[in-house]
Design a protein around this ligand. Structure first.
Ligand code: ZN
Length: 136
């Protein structure tokens, strides 16, 4: 079951360049920067109440985020929903004929299990479903 918005992903050219905006202008708490090799990105989480902004900076030319930036420029990249049971959420989505990019959950930032839904199937919004795991 989807329980809340976990984070909003934003594609950026440079995390460092944007930190002063979130930290100094908006006064938000910037958490650790982490590399997610499987997605070819460096990510930075910014805490906003009980949800987060996730800045995504590509670290390779084959990164999907790099392709996104070339096509769309910087800006909102995806919305991520927390699920209490990602396997069930994936089955629900499939059962209603919405298309997934990966049906088998993979490990994303913070050790969470993640699946992406295809934006062509979700009205233009790249959508992530994620679930916390015990190990961080
Ligand atoms: Zn995300």
């Amino acid at each position: 079951m989807v329980t809340k918005i976990d984070h909003i992903g934003i594609a950026v050219n440079s995390i460092d360049e944007q930190i002063p905006y979130y930290r100094d202008a908006l006064g938000l708490e910037v958490e650790k920067v982490e590399t997610v090799e499987s997605e070819g990105v460096k990510v930075c989480f910014i805490k906003v109440g009980d949800t987060h902004i996730e800045l995504l900076e590509p670290i390779s030319d084959t990164s999907p985020v790099k392709k996104f930036l070339e096509k769309n420029g910087q800006g909102v990249h995806h919305i991520a929903y927390s699920s209490s049971d990602i396997v069930k959420s994936v089955l629900d989505v499939k059962g209603k004929n919405f298309q997934l990019i990966n049906e088998t959950p993979k490990t994303g930032a913070k050790g969470k299990l993640i699946c992406f839904l295809h934006p062509k199937s979700t009205f233009g919004v790249l959508t992530e479903i994620c679930q916390e795991t015990e190990v961080h």
